[in-house]
Structure formats: C-alpha cells, structure tokens
Design a protein around this ligand. Structure first.
Ligand code: NAI
Ligand code: MG
Length: 362
C-alpha cells in the first residue's frame, strides 16, 4: 500500500532500539497480533533491534481484575514505548458497571487524536490501478465517544441521553491533518463528511472548522491544489458503495468515521484487511479496524493481514518507510496470488499459514 502519514513526523535518527508495546486484548486480537510481530521480526536488521513489551488491557482482564486498562499499561506506553500495537477488545453491548472500553480510553489518554484508515483494493496486475483507494480520517477523541450518557424517567417512561461533543480545536487539528494527507495523495481530493442539515450546531462546527483550514494563518496557499467537497454521511455511504472512486481522503467526526470505515472495508472484501493507526503528535498505535470477532475467535482462522498492515503503518509513521513498504508488498503479493487466504476471503488457510506466507515474502 503506498501510503504516507504526514502527521508531524517523529524523529528516528538517533534510535538505537525500538520498543513496541503489544496490547492484544481480547478475542482475535490475540490471534492476529502475533502475526504483526512476526512481520516486524521478519524485517531483521533493517530496523533497530526491537523489543516487544506485552501489556495488559481488555474485557477479559476487566473480568479478572475490575479494570480494563491498568495504569501500568498507560505509564509503560508513555514512558518506555516508541509506539504500540493494539489487537481488539470485546466490549459488551450491555452496560457493565465499572467497565469502559480500553481502546476508547487509550485514544484519549495518549491524545491519539486521529484514526487513519486506508482502504485500498489490490489489483490483479501489480501495475494496475486499484478500484478502491481511499483513506478515512476519523476524529478520535470526541463526538458521542465522550460517553456521557444519562438515563432518567420522564412522563412516558425511561429517557436516555448522550452528549455529543464537537470542539473547534479537535475539528481543526483533524482538518489540518486531512488537508495535509490530501495534498500528499495523487488526487488531492478531500471530502468532509457531516450531517449538518440536521445537526447544524455540532456537525456545523465540524464542517465549518475543517473547511476553514486553508484560511488559517500561516497556510499561505499551501492547500490550493486540494479540491474540497462535502457529503452528508448517509448519502456518503450510498455513494461509497456505488462510486467509491469519487473518494480520496474522507474526514469525519468519530462515529461517522467508525461506520464509514467498516462500510468501506466491505468494498475490499473483508474487515480483516483494513488497517489503521491511532496517531497523535508524539505517539502512534497501530490497530486493525476490526473488532474481536467472537464468532470466529479461537479457531486460528482470523485474517491477520489487517494487523500486519497496521504494523507497517505504525513503522512508517515513526520513520521506517522502507520496512513498511516491504511488509505491504508482501501482503499485497499474497493477496494477488490468492492461494493462501483465510476463509473471510474465500480461502481455506489458517491465520498462522497466512502469517508464514507473508513473512516468507518479507
Ligand atoms: P467485528 O469487527 O469483531 O466483526 C464483524 C464481522 O467481521 C464478524 O463476522 C467477524 O467474524 C468478521 N471479522 C472481523 N475481523 C475479522 C478478521 N480479522 N478476519 C476474519 N473475519 C473478521 O465487529 P462486531 O462483531 O461488531 O464486534 C465484536 C466485538 O468487538 C464487540 O465486543 C465490539 O465491542 C468489539 N469491537 C472492538 C473494536 C476494537 O477493539 N477497536 C472495534 C470494533 C468492535
Ligand atoms: Mg469500528
């Protein structure tokens, strides 16, 4: 995948060793993260000597200890790790007292304000143009994910409310990142996703703030080559399925970005293919877009490629673009050949067999 993350780059020059925090968490997160580790190890001496630090988090950990994200995990990430990889967490759909999703919390605690989710198909011909080649940039810290919910009893029974927070600051920084990324891509096209026709105050602020990025002090025409469009989120999903080629970079508030990127994953064949990084100005955490997939967990059939691609994105982000390219080329060639694939892609191979096939090609 040719993809560069132009968020403020993290200097690599002096790095003698690399410490990667590993948070497999729950379900298939535990099955796919070893694949990401194997891919990084397959790079050998082309990256600094790498140490993997296993860290605890997740719903299962919560059921044993009463916390889903121990302070030690956050402290180790902040003080010892250069970057991290997260697997997936099994957050229940019912309210569990005392439980809160560790990944949502980590994004906030580490100020990983952007979730960058490239969705790209692999063309049969290595020189061919992919049918789908877009990036969803999801604001990662606010919107409904501030998780301020209340329930009261009104005249007609129970009433539940959720606060949706959109700030100018968060919208501006995600907007700046979106413009930067659009500028680096061949089509230089940015679509702002919102629902301002209904939510004119919250989504209105997001839309206006993102659109105003080119007029910010200091920008000085830097984004003149970026074309900007906007699309209401519902019709954006419709158009995504009918004419994905109209999209290049899509920037969206948290919830819409979450939904759009899962939808976009369907266009390339599987959620098990789509990687992401949670990026802030001083830390990056790779994470496959998928969840813990309880329906297939424990069978060694989860597709590890999203996790492996997330490792590549993470490495590129901290300055190891050559290593990232090698991993991505290996993944693409396995997909192109189509012989060693997990069942989600119509294959019969196990997770571990796909990992072996990728690492062999790195
Ligand atoms: P999901 O992404 O876990 O699964 C959706 C569907 O895609 C399932 O049929 C699953 O088998 C398939 N799938 C996902 N990843 C795959 C892979 N690597 N290989 C093959 N097939 C794959 O979403 P779902 O079912 O809505 O959520 C399950 C759990 O995951 C929930 O507890 C949810 O809270 C959690 N979740 C966690 C996320 C995270 O940790 N960032 C993100 C999304 C959901
Ligand atoms: Mg999701």
């Amino acid at each position: 995948m040719v993809f560069r993350v132009p968020i403020r780059s993290m200097a690599t020059a002096a790095r003698q060793s690399l410490k990667i925090g590993m948070l497999p968490a729950d379900g298939i997160g535990r099955e796919v993260l070893p694949g990401a580790k194997a891919a990084i190890l397959a790079l050998g001496s082309s990256i600094p000597k790498t140490e993997f630090i296993d860290l605890l988090a997740g719903f299962e950990y919560f059921t044993k200890t009463g916390t889903a994200l121990p302070d030690e995990t956050v402290e180790t990430l902040k003080n010892e790790c250069d970057c991290a990889l997260f697997g997936a967490v099994s957050s229940p759909s019912r309210k569990v007292t005392g439980y809160s999703s560790p990944i949502v919390a980590l994004r906030k605690k580490m100020d990983l304000y952007a979730n960058i989710r490239p969705v790209k198909s692999v063309s049969v011909n290595p020189e061919g143009k992919p049918g789908v080649d877009l990036v969803v940039i999801r604001e990662n810290t606010e919107c409904l994910y501030v998780k301020q919910e209340t329930q009261t009893v009104g005249e007609h029974g129970k009433e539940a409310r959720a606060t949706r927070l959109i700030t100018e600051r968060a919208s501006r920084r995600i907007g700046e990142l979106a413009f930067k990324m659009a500028l680096e891509r061949p089509h230089k096209h940015l679509t702002v996703i919102h629902k301002s026709n209904v939510l004119s105050i919250t989504d209105g602020l997001f839309r206006e703030t993102v659109r105003a990025v080119p007029t910010l002090p200091g920008v000085d025409g830097k984004y003149d080559d970026v074309t900007v469009a906007e699309q209401l989120v519902d019709s954006a999903v419709y158009r995504l399925f009918r004419e994905p080629e109209i999209y290049d970079v899509m920037v969206a508030p948290n919830l819409y970005g979450d939904i759009l990127s899962d939808a976009a994953a369907a266009l390339v064949g599987s959620l098990g293919l789509v990687p992401s990084v949670n990026a802030g100005d001083s830390f990056v955490m790779g994470e496959p877009v998928h969840g813990s997939a309880p329906d297939i967990a424990g069978q060694n059939i989860a597709n590890p490629l999203a996790a492996i691609r997330s490792a590549a994105m993470m490495l590129r982000h901290i300055g190891y673009g050559d290593g990232a390219n090698r991993i991505e080329r290996a993944v693409d060639s396995v997909l192109r050949e189509g012989k060693v694939l997990t069942p989600d892609l119509g294959g019969k191979s196990k997770t571990s067999e796909v990992v072996d096939e990728v690492t062999k090609r790195i």
